[in-house]
Design a protein around this ligand. Structure first.
Ligand code: PGA
Length: 263
């Protein structure tokens, strides 16, 4: 793991965009795994600006989103499909057929799961997977528990996730109780993983991710096993680990200057 500490949210977003821009330019076609939530909004904004300035081309980029709420159509402003179009896809030249988001409404659950897994396999796997992290250590909607699922699956959301995400809804009761999420299998098969974390609410989960024992009760700890993970976290999210991390043998702390390598 490599941990890069950013000064604040804007700095985290800029550093993350630098890495993505480099991959979008260098890997053709690029299979990009994408996340939603408040964390990557700034990253998408940076990429949209770069595209508007004529510095990026998404013609050969394929995207695979991590998850979607069950029961929400793409036209529902709280759906992750709506979010992706609002913050990113509407503003860039990505081909519609290259966008993959698990559906929130469907008739045949197993077919949806099989098709999503197959689409990733057919594309050749994910080159770069962008992740946020839940305060409970969830990745996508792979929630803490006795076990983790490898494949795409339907999940009952934990009460803490419903509470955390209720900020996007009118009230807590409106938050869907279930979601469909990519499993840990396809996430861990990604060639490269970029995890973003911002804010003190994420500090405990981030410390566990980097230094905790690998366990299903904190799904993000599994990332310790992946050979190519970069974490870009702002100072608030990394305050529990930043000053002690140099002593750790499973995580290398890079100063911000090292980000130049992605430029
Ligand atoms: P957030 O969510 O970016 O809205 O904090 C992250 C997550 O729950 O994975």
């Amino acid at each position: 793991m490599q941990l890069i500490i950013a000064n604040n949210y804007e700095d985290m977003s800029k550093k993350a965009s630098k890495l993505l821009i480099s991959r979008i330019k260098d890997t053709i076609p690029l299979n990009l795994g994408l996340a939603t939530g408040s964390t990557p909004v700034g990253l998408y904004k940076e990429l949209v600006t770069e595209y508007a300035n004529g510095n990026l081309d998404f013609e050969h980029t394929r995207t695979f989103n991590l998850d979607e709420y069950i029961g929400l159509s793409p036209y529902n402003p709280n759906s992750y499909s709506y979010y992706m179009w609002k913050h990113f896809f509407s503003h860039i030249n990505i081909r519609k057929e290259n966008i993959h988001i698990p559906p929130g409404i469907f008739a045949n659950e197993q077919k949806v799961i099989d098709d999503y897994e197959e689409a990733i396999v057919q594309a050749g796997g994910i080159d770069l997977q962008v992740l946020g992290i839940g305060a409970n250590g969830h990745i996508g909607f792979n929630e803490p528990g006795e076990s983790l699922s490898v494949s795409t699956h339907i999940v009952e959301l934990k009460s803490e996730t419903i509470k955390a995400n209720s900020r996007f809804f009118e009230n807590k009761d409106e938050v869907p109780k279930k979601a469909i999420t990519m499993g840990m299998g396809k996430i861990m098969e990604a060639k490269e993983i970029l995890l973003l974390a911002s804010g003190k609410e994420k500090a405990k989960a981030l410390a566990q991710t980097v230094k905790g024992i690998v366990e299903t009760h904190c799904p993000s700890t599994i990332l310790q096993i992946h050979p190519n993970v970069k974490i870009i976290a702002d100072k608030e999210a990394s305050f529990l680990i930043a000053d002690r991390i140099r002593a750790s043998n499973n995580c290398i702390l890079f100063s911000s200057d090292r980000m130049e390598q992605y430029g």
